[in-house]
Design a protein around this ligand. Structure first.
Ligand SMILES: NC(=O)c1ccc[n+]([C@@H]2O[C@H](COP(=O)([O-])OP(=O)(O)OC[C@H]3O[C@@H](n4cnc5c(N)ncnc54)[C@H](OP(=O)(O)O)[C@@H]3O)[C@@H](O)[C@H]2O)c1
Length: 189
């Protein structure tokens, strides 16, 4: 059986690191997506840390808010991993908290863009190869705040709730063709 390839966006972050390691433990070839404002050294240092702990994880730069940058990221993944993405974990996300009365359009837009538009950009780039292969897994990281709301997080709660709708609709379109789409909604840690 050929080794599956996974891309974990925000893979060098807190939860992303745990996801990368869990996938690697399961025998998957893992690529961690990173942005870090273009600080490639930081990603290389993270990669080295993983190596010290026995994890051989690849890295690929990309800005999940930007369609072109996502396309470049996927090209890098295919190059370094030697194949198309079988498992996509849409994990990258940010918060820009503030009560709604004080929230700027920029705070709203940045959070919607990083947490929700990112789903569109990244998933669009991997869904066709998954369907052609008859196998794929898309795992979207949401939050309990999607269902319950959170004071000071109208932007984040809306974005994370949007992920649920995206997940359920896309799952209906692709499940019969061997591609599952799910959301994981964790609480605070
Ligand atoms: N921590 C919690 O309690 C909690 C609870 C519920 C849900 N979540 C969700 O879990 C996910 C991971 O959160 P975390 O706690 O691990 O946070 P984190 O450590 O801050 O990680 C977030 C990751 O997202 C990446 N990212 C942000 N903007 C990006 C962009 N424009 N392009 C590419 N990557 C970008 C960051 O990459 P760089 O650092 O390289 O820029 C970072 O690795 C998020 O979606 C978050 O909303 C977290």
């Amino acid at each position: 059986m050929t080794q599956k390839i996974a891309l974990v966006t925000g893979g060098t972050g807190g939860i992303g690191t745990a996801i990368c390691r869990a996938l690697a433990d399961a025998g998957v070839k893992v690529v961690a997506g990173y942005n870090s404002g273009g600080n490639h050294e930081k990603a290389r240092a993270w990669q080295e840390e993983q190596k010290q702990d026995g994890y051989d994880i690849l890295v690929a730069y990309g800005d999940v808010t930007d369609e072109e940058s996502c396309a470049a990221c996927i090209r890098t993944v295919e190059e370094v991993a030697g194949g198309t993405v079988d498992i996509l974990v849409n994990n990258a996300g940010i918060t820009r908290d503030g009560t709604f009365r004080k929230m700027s359009w920029e705070q709203w837009n940045q959070v919607l863009s990083a947490n929700l538009d990112s789903m569109f950009h990244m998933t669009r780039l991997v869904i066709n190869p998954m369907l052609e292969n008859g196998w794929g897994r898309v795992i979207n990281i949401s939050s309990v705040n999607a269902q319950k709301g959170q004071f000071g997080q109208c932007n984040y709660s809306a974005a994370k709730a949007g992920i649920h709708g995206f997940t359920k609709a896309l799952a209906q379109e692709v499940a019969a063709k061997g591609v599952t789409v799910n959301t994981v909604s964790q609480g605070m840690y």
